[in-house]
Design a protein around this ligand. Structure first.
Ligand SMILES: Cc1cc2nc3c(=O)[nH]c(=O)nc-3n(C[C@H](O)[C@H](O)[C@H](O)COP(=O)(O)O)c2cc1C
Length: 195
């Protein structure tokens, strides 16, 4: 859907937003036909730069178009991922203009009638609660906090301290190390890894 990356010249590419979003919308339409409205969710990383994806000046236009169309298709939820890390040579103002901020979330909210899930950078109960209190999203999702806290829900419920995941162990061949070797707090070893 990225207008810079998508250089196709057929019905699935080029400058037109209809073409760039056609594949997603066709797949979702088929899934909804099969599973029923309210049973399909879509996750989008609008400003994602993972693996060198180029910045797209048309992200907002694309996101709002897709949100509106997915709403019409009866999609249950949109799961939106915050892009957290500015590129090395990026100005702060430039990063902020390419970020899933409150103003843009409000526009997505207006375009999409289903539930909105937001994730990326929510590190504790307070940051999640503050985001929910904006009223712009319905649910907060956690990724890396689950790695270091297998009992994350219990910890958030009880206000127990959270452990921090070890980024240096991501995407490595270290087996369970850094992924599944963090103990539950109830085992009384919250700040120490096993082994
Ligand atoms: C080790 C690791 C692997 C991930 N792999 C994927 C992936 O394959 N596809 C994807 O869409 N997101 C992936 N994510 C991103 C998460 O789904 C989620 O969006 C992100 O972790 C949320 O931010 P948070 O970790 O700050 O809560 C990964 C995250 C981590 C920590």
């Amino acid at each position: 859907m990225n207008s810079v990356l998508n250089t196709r010249t057929d019905l699935y590419g080029g400058a037109s937003v209809e073409n760039r979003t056609r594949f997603l919308l066709e797949v979702v339409e088929a899934a909804v036909r099969e599973l029923g409205p309210g049973c399909v969710g879509v996750r989008l990383s609008p400003f994602g730069k993972f693996n060198g994806i180029p910045a797209d000046p048309r992200t907002e236009e694309t996101l709002l178009y897709v949100a509106e169309r997915l709403g019409r298709l009866g999609v249950a939820y949109l799961h939106l991922v915050n892009e957290l890390i500015p590129e090395a040579n990026m100005e702060v103002a430039e990063f902020k203009s390419q970020h899933l901020d409150h103003a843009l979330l409000a526009k997505v909210r207006a375009a999409f009638p289903g539930a909105i899930i937001w994730c990326g950078g929510f590190t504790d109960r307070k940051s999640a609660r503050d985001a929910l209190d904006t009223g712009l999203v319905d649910l907060i999702a956690f990724g890396s906090p689950y790695i270091a806290n297998p009992d994350l829900v219990e910890r958030l419920k009880h206000g127990w301290p959270l452990d921090e995941a070890d980024r240096s162990t991501y995407y490595t061949r270290c087996g369970e190390v850094g992924y599944t070797d963090f103990p539950a707090y109830s085992l009384g070893r919250a700040s120490r890894r096993v082994g």
